[in-house]
Ligand binder design. Sequence first.
Ligand code: UD1
Length: 377
Amino acid sequence: MDATTRSTPALDLADNDKRGGWERFVKVFHIVGARPNFMKVAPVLSALRAHQRVIQTLVHTGQHYDANMSDVFFEQLGIPAPDVNLAVGSGSHARQTAEIMMRFEPVVLEAKPDLVLVYGDVNSTVATALVCAKLGVRVGHVEAGLRSFDRTMPEEINRLVTDQLSDVLFTPSEDGDSNLQREGIAAEKIFRVGNVMIDSLLKLLPVARQQQRNGLPERYAVVTLHRPANVDDSATLKSILQSLVDVNRDLAVVFPAHPRTRQRIAEFGLKADQLRVIDPLPYVDFLGLQSRAQVVITDSGGIQEETTYLGVPCLTLRENTERPITVSLGTNVLVGRDPEKLRAELARVLAGKHKKGTIPPLWDGRAGERIAQVIAG
Ligand code: UD1
């Protein structure tokens, strides 16, 4: 049952009185850290502003710190400057997670939030959820229940742990509810609210569509690549780049490269000169680029969803996805790391024979409002 059809009362935060946290007001923290969090927090922050009882605090862990991976997203999405910046920066998974936990704990102890909202599946999500769970502070997970069933993926570990620690779980689609229930999460904690990323997409698509081509050809493929499984091994990355050079013969490849991928290309002495490798793009610019593309080739999670909404064919360079609805209903095809499969699917796209897809239920631009309704009534 989704949040719109269920007659569940607003999340009961009343017992927080006993912890001495609040009387009339509800203190909600939002945690963001990495690029894919920003488009998810924006609609929730905005929807909660309509509820005067709610006092919001935005915490940036600093997991992503480059201006073009962070600041520009705040500007374009209309997110206020963070109230707290933990400035953790990069590090191994253990170090980054631990650093976030150490820096976040005193902030929670001092501010005593009633509810901490965490987003997606990045290290900042799991680290802050763990701090709250140990301190008895309630956690709400936005984008709960997604599963790739592949524990070699760091994000899968983050998803599993965060969901177990959360008190309220906001899912984007029905598969999320089923996964959570199978893992023993009580149905009362689960609210199917739809996809918050699509709220941001819908808001900014009109602006994105007005963008100039900036010297790009009429027809092109957009590529993004950053998963450790694809870019951290030199032979794998070399083979993917070779496949992209092949694609480039039929369709110009535009490749906004994640800093991690750039580093690896340089470190491994690989070449990508024939492709149009550019810096990571701001949100609106990337949305415009995707919306006009013939095809998107990616290993990102969020981009599988955005292309499904836009009706643009998406070829995903992974063997699995935590967003199966983009395959069952949308335009997404998993090609793994098989160059033959990529070639065959690209040929279908070029011949206009790709999957057309439909937009999944509740991907309607109102997920943020539904979350606010659950929290603040
Ligand atoms: C993180 C998320 C991933 C998400 C991705 C989006 C985890 C486990 N992974 O991966 O789910 O899809 O963000 O980008 O949380 N770097 C910079 N500047 C920055 C940020 C990173 O140069 O602003 C470089 C650093 O060298 C860093 C590397 O990129 O070591 C990787 O960054 P990190 O935050 O560890 O993970 P991502 O690969 O970005």
